[in-house]
Design a protein around this ligand. Structure first.
Ligand code: SF4
Ligand code: FES
Length: 379
């Protein structure tokens, strides 16, 4: 074949579908059971009961499929993963498969002995949630008396076991003004990193908007607190920060882009591109009980629904930021625009932005009432 023939062949060939890289991370929601009841929980409103949960063997098969698919990071999450009696066995199986294991926990359900067993099983990292800088705030937000004391103990056991610790702090109207104290506490607990995430308004948080939405002044103060702390704590504590997106100019690249970096497996084995994806009624989700994980990632309908940019509408379609934020969050577009392919209303270019700003200002100014706590009972 001549060079020209070769070029003609290339020109005539159908365009190849863009290559999809393998995912980096799997979030395994081992269970929805949890002693805490945080009013912004990222789990769905309709929670999965014990009887529907994947068995130990099923989870281990999923981990093996994940490792074969090229996944590197396994986040053992929930609900509260320590509610699973087989947590140590699952951790050992994952570590033996070469996965980097990260336990995302409230601490409640862990004992000193269990932390040591997890360490012996090969657990690489612990992320401990912190709902406030003191027992009064933390136990109020978590809806669990004694939770704060247990977290303090767990942090110490994790430190003694030599497992690297990150503190996770979800910030909102009621605890944001304690941020400096939470940063100091993270340092005292021996954490190497803190993740400060402003609450995202899906699911349970959407039901608690007036109790959780910060004011614009709080957001500005928090941004300044984080900037100052990053200077002050350089070399001591790494600070990751997710600012309030209702008060930002552009949306965040939710999940790093749909179907680009990671996937979630729910307790029943349903596989989601993000934790809130079930709020999009047009999507159909596969289950690891019925289809191999690799097939779901590469060929699953839900994963391909918002990959690339062909699904985008204006103004995203012709926007220079479309490969930076991927049009924002699909679940937020669904919740606020009623269309999962719409521009995220957080974006300053969305026609719905004025409505979003007005709602955020009004919820921010509202006096917080009682929380609607997360519960396993049907709502
Ligand atoms: Fe992002 Fe779309 Fe807004 Fe552009 S128009 S900044 S792509 S959300
Ligand atoms: Fe689903 Fe943002 S939470 S895409």
């Amino acid at each position: 074949m001549t060079a020209i023939q070769s070029l003609e062949r290339t020109a005539a060939a159908p365009l190849e579908a863009p290559r999809i890289p393998p995912p980096m991370a799997l979030l395994a929601e081992l269970t929805h059971r949890c002693p805490l009841a945080c009013p912004y929980c990222s789990n769905p409103l309709q929670l999965t009961g014990l009887r529907e949960e994947l068995t130990t063997e099923e989870w281990i098969r999923v981990f093996a499929e994940a490792a074969a698919l090229g996944i590197l990071h396994l986040h053992l999450s929930g609900g509260e993963p320590a509610s699973r009696r087989d947590l140590v066995d699952l951790t050992k199986a994952a570590a033996d498969l070469g996965l980097y294991t990260n336990l995302i926990t409230s601490g409640v359900g862990l004992t000193e002995g269990r932390v040591q067993q997890l360490s012996d099983a090969g657990l690489d990292h612990v992320q401990l949630s912190l709902q406030g800088a003191n027992a009064a705030m933390a136990d109020h937000v978590g809806g669990y008396r004694g939770g704060y004391e247990r977290k303090m103990a767990v942090a110490e056991w994790v430190r003694q076991a030599g497992i690297p610790l990150t503190v996770n702090a979800v910030c909102h109207k009621q605890n944001m003004d304690q941020l400096d104290e939470m940063l100091d506490l993270a340092v005292r607990l021996g954490a190497r990193r803190i993740e400060i995430a402003t609450v995202q308004f899906h699911g349970w948080a959407e039901r608690n908007r007036e109790a959780l939405m910060p004011t614009q002044e709080q957001v500005v103060r928090t941004n300044a607190t984080v900037a100052a702390a990053r200077e002050r704590l350089k070399g001591v504590l790494v600070i990751d920060y997710v600012p309030a997106d209702h008060h930002s100019t552009y949306p965040k690249a939710c999940m790093g882009g749909w179907g680009r970096i990671g996937l979630n497996v729910e307790p029943s084995g349903k596989v989601l591109p993000c934790h809130a994806a079930s709020t999009i009624p047009s999507l159909r989700f596969d289950n690891v009980r019925e289809r191999p994980l690799a097939d779901i990632w590469y060929r699953g309908d839900a994963f391909n629904a918002f990959r690339g940019d062909a699904w985008m509408q204006e103004p995203c379609r012709s926007c220079e930021r479309k490969h930076i934020d991927f049009g924002g969050c699909r679940c937020q577009a669904m919740a606020l625009a009623g269309d999962p392919a719409a521009t995220d209303p957080v974006c300053i270019r969305s026609p719905l932005r004025p409505m979003l700003e007005a709602a955020a200002a009004s919820d921010g100014a509202a006096t917080p009432g009682a929380f609607v706590y997360r519960t396993m009972k049907p709502q």
